[in-house]
Design a binder for this molecule. Structure first.
Ligand code: FES
Length: 107
């Protein structure tokens, strides 16, 4: 029996990005913001992933159970501070563990 670790997969919600970019496979556990930057997508930030600015907020939908890391107390504090809606995550604090769909206002 082999135990293969499934990669994380990022899918874009907007149809134009979805068709031009396709699904982006990333190593399981990749930080969402870093994975998007590596793929050439801009992610707003003024703290470069230090968990200070909250500008990296993105709408994230898990398309399978456990596809994103759980919300830590630290991230919960950031989300509460900006009164984020339920779909939003702080992308520099979120790990990709399976298939997720992401969206930003500025893409
Ligand atoms: S990049 Fe500043 S909080 Fe995520």
């Amino acid at each position: 029996m082999s135990s293969t670790v499934r990669p994380g997969v990022i899918r874009f919600a907007k149809p134009d990005l979805k068709s031009s970019r396709g699904d982006i496979e990333v190593p399981r556990g990749s930080v969402l913001m870093e994975a998007l930057l590596k793929a050439g997508l801009p992610v707003a930030s003024s703290c470069r992933g230090d968990g200070v600015c909250t500008k990296c907020r993105l709408r994230v939908r898990e398309l399978e159970a456990g596809a994103a890391s759980g919300i830590s107390d630290f991230e919960r504090g950031l989300l509460d501070r900006i009164q984020a809606d339920r779909a939003e995550r702080i992308s520099c604090q979120t790990e990709v563990l399976g298939l997720i769909e992401v969206d930003a206002d500025y893409w």
